[in-house]
Design a protein around this ligand. Structure first.
Ligand SMILES: [Zn+2]
Length: 390
């Protein structure tokens, strides 16, 4: 539109006239379909905002005003497309803290404190949450409300995360957003979860598994049960990690397999005489294999857990009650990790002090080891009760 004074000296606004080439004709208004010359006209852009007509000044030069109009049209069309298109990210350029920037700063902060594990977790949580919020068209910390946390919990549950994992993810998310300056009232409390006592194998279960095991799985079970190795540690153990003189086993990095012990610390674990004997025989049968439980192709066996589940099924040890038993005939009660829990619990119950057990376990803090100080139950506990001299 062009604004000008008409012959009677009254301010008027008319559409800007255009020439045959389609460009704005400088100093001309379109009145009754005709281009008429006006003096000292200024251009305005006409918009509709919330059903109101709004004029914004666009200068005295027709070409410049027209260029501004074109730019505005482009912006409007992008915004209009973005409204129905999840691939277009609309981020207003303001001083408001964005999820993207605060996530990067939060991770950098953790790395600056040498908290690498925390930084890794932060990476996972921030990526997932940003993705979820993109679906909700939220890009700023100040847009996040309690419901977004619940949305995140639901997403974790949908991919099978346990309550404990959901609670951990929640705390990491809240920590990041607090770092980003979120208002505390927008953070719901951490979802509750039952802190289950570590479950261990009964002696009947271990006996049953050992009875059904071939020599290979026998070594696997005994290493889990009597050295408490983690799944990855079990998979990557090599004969050179065994010290026959000291009767110890060393958990250490295997760079060729990209295996690094948790918390990056190597540790030595004592081996009982009977297990040492079994390992010695096993090495003789393995003819030059480097990995204790390697595959035929001399690689770490990533299917140990699978093999254990099949063994359990063959030995009729499945509980028959869990979902996994009914659907897959693979009992969820049986895992490699449960050997480790059994190992730690058994050491503590047999009077080995908690600092020593912590060192064998490779726990960074003693609280993790303390979880294994669980109440005893079953026939052994009863027998001990009966031995008490009152
Ligand atoms: Zn089961």
């Amino acid at each position: 539109m062009i604004r000008y004074k008409d012959d009677a000296g009254i301010w008027r606004r008319s559409p800007a006239a255009r020439g045959a080439n389609g460009r704005v004709k400088p100093g001309h208004a379109l009145v009754n379909g005709e281009a008429i010359p006006v003096e000292n006209g200024t251009y305005d852009l006409r918009h509709t905002v919330d059903r109101k007509t709004v004029y914004s000044p666009a200068g005295k030069r027709g070409a410049v005003a027209d260029a501004k109009r074109t730019q505005l049209e482009i912006t409007k069309s992008i915004v209009a497309q973005a409204a129905g298109n999840p691939d277009i990210e609309v981020v207003e350029k303001t001083d408001r803290a964005t999820l993207k920037d605060t996530a990067a700063a939060y991770i950098k902060d953790a790395e600056g404190r040498n908290a690498h594990e925390a930084a890794d977790k932060a990476r996972l949580v921030t990526i997932e949450f940003k993705g979820l919020m993109r679906r909700r068209k939220k890009f700023h910390v100040d847009q996040i409300v309690r419901d977004d946390f619940f949305f995140y919990h639901a997403a974790l549950r949908a991919r099978g995360c346990a309550d404990r994992t959901v609670a951990n993810g929640h705390e990491r998310l809240a920590s990041w957003l607090r770092f980003g300056g979120i208002d505390k009232k927008n953070i719901p409390p951490t979802p509750k979860y039952e802190d289950k006592l570590p479950t261990i194998y009964t002696s009947d279960q271990t006996r049953g598994m050992l009875a059904a095991a071939d020599p290979y799985m026998r070594v696997c079970i005994l290493l889990g049960l009597k050295c408490g190795l983690r799944d990855q540690e079990l998979m990557h153990l090599e004969f050179r990690d065994l010290n026959w003189e000291d009767k110890t086993l060393r958990v250490q990095a295997k760079e060729e397999w990209a295996f690094f012990p948790k918390a990056w610390e190597q540790r030595d674990i004592p081996i009982s005489d009977d297990l040492l004997e079994e390992l010695h025989c096993w090495q003789n049968r393995r003819e030059g294999q480097a990995i204790v439980l390697g595959t035929k192709n001399r690689k770490p066996n990533t299917k140990l857990l699978r093999t254990l589940k099949r063994l359990v099924y063959r030995a009729s040890l499945n509980c028959g009650r869990c979902d996994s038993c009914r659907k897959l005939k693979e009992c969820q009660e049986f895992t490699l990790h449960r050997f480790r829990r059994t190992y730690l619990t058994t050491l503590l119950r047999n009077g080995i002090d908690i600092r020593t057990v912590q060192a064998y376990a490779g726990h960074k803090d003693i609280a993790s080891t303390m979880r294994y100080l669980t109440p005893a139950s079953g026939p052994e506990a009863l027998a001990r009760l009966n031995r008490v001299k009152w």
